[in-house]
Design a protein around this ligand. Structure first.
Ligand code: GAL
Length: 529
């Protein structure tokens, strides 16, 4: 849901801006309890969330995951609830959650069975998914019981994790479910797609968040893998839509340093923040971390942006960055992330952060202000550690380098083999700028790469240099805003630079790359300012 706000500018003028839903925050049952949940357990967790004051810093959703199903009524098809785990059904639980001023979330599957039915031997959860019951179940969940959120899993629609041999198209299944939710008349229900990979750009029209990876577990390797899989997905977040890095394992078995990295990076990436531990036995240091309002503010920032990689060091440490409050403004969030097993000093210059006039930064974990005298933000970061800052300059330096791995790919998806489907993808290439390129652009006009945020301070002619590498034939097609295509011949194999002088407008421009033949790997674009 988005709310239109009218902001008075002056007595006679007003501009309208949109305030979007920020990432979902709350608690979910799966990580600690799997299918072993009950009405009293859920209500106790909701009570604890309020007693701990977690609601007052933004955690508002209590989400019941897999495990509540009790089959279907044979004649009416009505969904039944587990006879011993939820003997009085779900309504009293949801009423209790709502009485605390919280919101309630539920779980289902896009196919016939749930994942718990297949993987956790929850034999009663067969035939309980949304397939063929979209309207009936959505009416029950959202009109009758009053849920506010639903996570929709995919085991039942995936031939390999189901008791049937056929598979469905994720786009068809989730669109049908989204339409059934809308048909209930509720426009405030949040739909989370759980297809364990970035599903495709269609998902933006269907859901408010989507899982981008397989399941998290409370081990460092799992947290590191999930961060790694999300580093180049920032073009697909924003405007109230979010990449979901999975529920939090904070407060379970990770070290204090790892817990801190896990929480801080989820905040930087604007991932939903769903606590996954037992709130009745929470350690004080876990509560402290989960209530770090300076980190939460990054996650709940109204721009809803996901951080991107600003710098990758030869040691494989990262600098992540995103704008806060205002796009292209002078306030930015910066994370120095060390996923390696050795300690490193990680440094970034104000210039690399596109800022001028930086004299101080705020350490959002230590809650201290630090002076910056030489224009360099730098910290010793232990193995698996992260340091996070907000940093303000006096002026935003116009950007001239646009990496391909920060661009939006119109056909991007991670479900199918991109070579087989002919869709573009991000690809690590050590010799490339930023260590990444985009491969497989072209074949069809819509399989393009877009830099949607090419900013210049003045209208005028600018030379664009495009660095590409790898085998190619035909022409690259360069489109600026809605202008006709400029053809750039690309024959050849090694690293090469293609140039064209184009007209850019003051403010934000879109530069789009398509191809008439086999496109080369696209490395980066330089706008000569
Ligand atoms: C998985 C999902 C988990 C959890 C589980 C329930 O597919 O990724 O987050 O919901 O199913 O069975």
């Amino acid at each position: 849901m988005r709310i239109k706000l009218l902001l008075p500018l002056a007595a006679s003028a007003a501009i309208s801006v949109y305030a979007y839903d920020t990432p979902t925050m709350g608690w979910s049952s799966w990580n600690t309890y799997r299918v072993n949940i009950s009405d009293s357990l859920i209500m106790k967790q909701a009570d604890a969330l309020v007693e701990l004051g977690l609601d007052s810093v933004g955690y508002r959703y209590i989400n019941i995951d897999d495990g509540y199903f009790g089959g279907r009524d044979k004649s009416s098809g009505r969904l039944l609830f587990h006879p011993t785990r939820f003997p009085s059904g779900l309504k009293p639980v949801v009423d209790h959650i709502h009485s605390l001023g919280l919101k309630a979330g539920i779980y289902s599957d896009a196919g016939a069975n749930t994942c718990g039915n297949f993987w956790d031997n929850d034999t009663i959860a067969r035939g309980v998914g949304l397939l063929g019951h979209e309207e009936q179940d959505c009416n029950l969940f959202f009109k009758e019981i009053g849920f506010d959120f639903i996570k929709v899993d995919y085991c039942g629609a995936d031939g390999r994790q189901s008791h049937q041999i056929y598979a469905y198209e994720p786009r068809d299944r989730y669109t049908a479910i989204s339409n059934a939710i809308k048909a209930t008349g509720r426009d405030d229900v949040r739909l989370n797609v759980c297809r364990w990979n970035y599903p495709g750009t269609w998902v933006n029209d269907v859901a408010t968040s989507w899982r981008t990876t397989g399941d998290i577990s409370p081990r460092w390797e799992s947290v590191k893998r999930i961060i790694n899989e999300n580093l180049y997905l920032s073009p697909y977040a924003g405007g109230g839509r979010y990449n979901d890095m999975d529920m939090l394992e904070v407060g379970r078995t990770l070290s204090a340093e790892e817990d801190q990295t896990h929480f801080a990076i989820w905040c930087m990436m604007s991932s939903p923040l769903l606590i996954g531990c037992d709130l009745t036995t929470l350690r004080p240091e876990t509560l402290n971390l989960l209530k770090n309002t300076e980190l939460i503010a990054l996650n709940q920032d109204q721009l809803g942006l996901q951080a991107h990689v600003a710098k990758l060091s030869p040691e494989n440490t990262y600098v992540l960055v995103k704008d806060l409050g205002e796009k292209w403004g002078t306030r930015r969030a910066v994370a120095l992330y060390n996923p390696t097993d050795s300690a490193y000093t990680i440094s970034v210059t104000a210039e690399e952060l596109e800022l001028e006039g930086v004299t101080a930064a705020r350490d959002l974990i230590a809650h201290t202000d630090i002076n910056i005298t030489d224009g360099v933000l730098s910290a010793a970061v232990p193995p698996h550690g992260t340091r996070v800052y907000s940093i303000t300059g006096t002026r935003r330096i116009p950007r001239s380098i646009y990496e391909a791995e920060q661009a939006y790919l119109s056909s991007y998806q991670e479900i199918y083999d991109p070579i087989a489907t002919g869709t573009a993808f991000y690809f690590p290439l050590e010799s490339a700028s930023g260590g990444m390129v985009v491969a497989n652009v072209g074949h069809t006009p819509s399989n393009d790469l877009q830099w949607r945020d090419v900013r210049v301070d003045c209208d005028g002619e600018y030379r664009l240099d495009l660095d590409v590498t790898g085998k190619a034939d035909g022409n690259l097609l360069l489109f600026v805003n809605n202008e006709a295509a400029i053809k750039l011949p690309v024959e050849g194999e090694g690293p090469r630079r293609l140039s064209s002088t184009v007209r850019l407008n003051k403010g934000t421009n879109t530069v789009r790359i398509a191809s008439t033949g086999t496109a080369p790997y696209i490395d980066r674009m330089t706008v000569n300012l």
